[in-house]
Design a protein around this ligand. Structure first.
Ligand code: TMP
Length: 205
């Protein structure tokens, strides 16, 4: 049996990831592909508990290194217990966020050393990485306006605008360093236009 493919979607808050992921999954289903949809942090029982700790607004005092380590703890659960078994079964996995978010949020936003994050990535993932990553790029202003129209903000969403500008810059930098894997998508267009571009890229996988 062929191994499945691993696709991740990332970007600043309010970029429209959920809508695009929904459409990607239906598109793959229509092609007869079995898809496992997941998210980070979270996606497993333990990972979802870690997610609650990470996003709880009462945990304002959390040290940035603790935040980074919890992201990778949740990720390890997800990779070992969900992603790798699914890929080995020939299923495709679509994840709402993955390791690029740790570089962008903890490296960019929190200004932790990118080299240290890369060491952690190597420790937890080895050479494992997504086959394809869509970076939905949108201005921080538009993204935050959307977030503000939704529910109460979580601990990370409460950060100031400069934090998200740094997050966005690291995402964009990474898409330039890894152009074969990370596809920068202008997400300030209609849902249909964005999805059409995404599907045409998946076709090439
Ligand atoms: P979500 O809003 O896309 O559900 O993601 C939850 C938050 O977690 C979001 O603010 C981005 C943040 N995050 C990190 O800071 N580092 C990471 O490695 C991941 C996966 C998410």
């Amino acid at each position: 049996m062929n191994k499945g493919k691993f696709i991740t979607i990332d970007g600043v808050e309010g970029a429209g990831k959920s809508t695009q992921i929904e459409l990607i999954c239906s598109y793959l289903h229509r092609k007869g592909i079995e898809v496992v949809r997941t998210r980070e942090p979270g996606g497993t029982d333990i990972g979802e508990k870690i997610r609650s700790v990470l996003l709880d607004v009462d945990n304002k005092e959390m040290h940035s290194d603790t935040e980074l380590l919890l992201m990778f703890s949740s990720r390890n659960e997800l990779i070992q217990n969900k992603i790798i078994p699914a890929l080995n079964d020939g299923k495709w996995v679509v994840s709402d966020r993955f390791t690029d978010a740790s570089f962008a949020y903890q490296g960019g936003g929190r200004m932790l050393s990118l080299d240290r994050i890369a060491k952690l990535e190597n420790w937890v993932l080895g050479s494992f990485k997504p086959d394809l990553t869509f970076l939905l790029d949108i201005s921080v202003e538009i993204g935050m306006t959307r977030v503000e129209a939704r529910n109460a903000k979580d601990r990370i969403e409460q950060e100031e605008r400069a934090f998200f500008e740094r997050v966005r810059s690291v995402f964009i930098e990474r898409s330039k360093i890894y152009p074969d894997r990370i596809k920068l998508i202008n997400a300030e267009r209609s849902v249909d236009e964005i999805q059409t571009q995404i599907q045409s890229i998946i076709e090439l996988l």
